[in-house]
Design a protein around this ligand. Structure first.
Ligand code: NAP
Length: 452
């Protein structure tokens, strides 16, 4: 412990759900925790990923606020690993470093035409409507009548819903103002969601799927033929429940709504078609199932559209100085202990959440994951390997050093000011908050006032 009586110190990199859950475990084990985020704001995908029309899911931040109120907690917002500080510098000041950075790169389809204008990834589109500062200046052409969303997971459903929600439904949410304006002018009235396999292989969760049947201005359309498949006792219960919901959708009569969302199965995009610059359609190969595997039948069709959103999962990006498994696009780790490429544990470095296990599960899944990773940390405490003699974990000295690197650090008090400002702006228009989307505007509200 560097010869002092101070608590052991941990740096948690990434203030999303996994970062908060692991922080909670480490605080209760007697660590002091500095929770870093490259953005001036905390909460990761709860702020920038969860759909604006799902406010209940966002209420998990109340639990995170309680964690932040515990002694020993500090938020270090607006400081980025590799840009403002290096892993080696953290290793001299913290007994443990836990990477909780998630995954934010869209996977690619790997088909021709994918990079045409109008063909976008869900991370970009979702980040844009949720006011993530990195996407605030992006523009999407929503003047087409049909959009295709590729993928059969919950992100695909979020995107499909957002494209057909009525302006008055969106107006009551914390959708970023720039997106509200564009959605209000959008002409998209038909959204086709493509699954490469069948209904029983889709990874939607049932409440999210069921919600598509209750959209105010959009019909849900499912071809009855695609749901005529046997369900046996060994079928996954969620997937069997999904099939029941899909059968109910397929049996519906049109209700005369202005918009539609169609779920089309056994369809793989093989080419994004354009006019040289912009998307004009998607060529789709029809599949059949061989067990749970999609096999092309040789039939093709073209779906005309002006927007293609890939929601086919995320990849992690390597962090400077951190061991990375490029093949699996996540931090090299063994049950949460970061390892070298050869599988040897790197003492004092850990991973948690999506960057540890891949982009799966709901928010609560990360709680168990964080418990597992914190157990690795505590095993290493017990084994005495974390108390390296060269560590100087003095919290005041650490903060002074950080401020030399990032004079505009946003502390928890700074975030509280931003939060209060956003909520009071929202209260004026009956919204939960009006998000600030520019870093400078956020920094101006933090105690440092954004000034170095
Ligand atoms: P996901 O659930 O893994 O779904 C990805 C989808 O993309 C799968 O249907 C997959 O099909 C398909 N896909 C992958 N590669 C493809 C390709 N080359 N061509 C066509 N389709 C392809 O991922 P996600 O939707 O990004 O969600 C990530 C996690 O966040 C999930 O655990 C999700 O439940 C969670 N989430 C939850 C909520 C919520 O609770 N409301 C909201 C959003 C996200 P195959 O199965 O055939 O590979």
């Amino acid at each position: 412990m560097g010869g002092t009586e101070q608590a052991r110190a941990a740096a948690v990199i990434g203030a999303g759900p996994s970062g908060f859950y692991v922080t909670e475990r480490l605080l209760s084990a007697g660590f002091r925790v500095d929770l870093f985020d490259r953005l001036p704001t905390p909460f990761g995908l709860v702020r920038a990923g969860v759909a604006p029309d799902h406010p209940k899911i966002k209420s998990v931040t109340r639990a995170f606020d309680k964690i932040a109120a515990q002694p020993g907690f500090r938020f270090i917002g607006g400081a980025e690993l590799g840009n403002h500080y290096a892993v080696g510098e953290l290793r001299r000041r913290y007994h443990a470093i836990v990477y909780a950075v998630g995954m934010d790169v869209d996977r690619e389809l790997g088909v021709p035409g994918e990079s045409l204008r109008g063909s976008v990834g869900a991370a970009e589109f979702v980040g844009w409507y949720n006011g993530h500062p990195d996407f605030a200046d992006h523009r999407f052409d929503l003047s087409c009548s049909r959009a295709v969303v590729v993928g059969n997971g919950n992100v695909a459903l979020d995107v499909a819903r957002m494209l057909v929600l009525a302006p008055e439904e969106l107006a009551a949410t914390d959708t970023a103002d720039h997106a509200l304006e564009q959605f209000a002018r959008a002409r998209v009235c038909d959204v086709v969601v493509l699954g490469r396999r069948g209904p029983l292989q889709a990874s939607f969760t049932t409440p999210e799927l069921r919600e598509l049947g209750d959209l105010r201005r959009a019909e849900i359309v499912v071809d009855a033929g695609s749901t005529e498949i046997p369900v046996n006792d060994s079928s996954d219960p969620t997937r069997a429940r999904n099939l029941t919901v899909l059968r109910e959708f397929a049996a519906r009569k049109p209700r005369g709504k202005s918009h539609r969302v169609e779920l089309r199965f056994l369809s793989s995009p093989v080419e994004v078609i354009g006019d040289g610059r912009h998307v004009r359609g998607v060529r789709v190969a029809r599949n059949r199932l061989d067990g749970a595997r999609a096999v092309p039948t040789g039939e093709h069709e073209v779906i005309d559209c002006g927007l293609v959103v890939r929601a086919i999962g995320y990849r992690g990006r390597p962090l400077p100085g951190v061991s990375f498994d490029a093949a699996r696009s996540r931090i090299s780790n063994c049950n949460g202990r970061v390892t070298t490429a050869g599988g040897q544990p790197i003492v004092g470095e850990y991973a948690v959440g999506w960057i540890k296990r891949g982009p799966s599960g709901v928010i609560g899944t990360n709680k168990k994951d964080a418990t597992d990773t914190s157990e690795r940390v505590l095993e290493d405490v017990d084994a005495g390997v974390l108390d390296r003699p060269d560590i100087d974990a003095d919290p005041v000295a650490t903060m002074q050093w950080l401020r030399t690197r990032v004079p505009t650090i946003v502390t928890w008090d700074g975030w509280t000011n931003i939060d209060r400002h956003e909520r009071s702006a929202g209260a004026e228009s009956g919204r939960p908050r009006v998000k600030l989307v520019r870093r400078e505007a956020m920094l101006a509200l933090s105690p440092s006032g954004g000034a170095p």
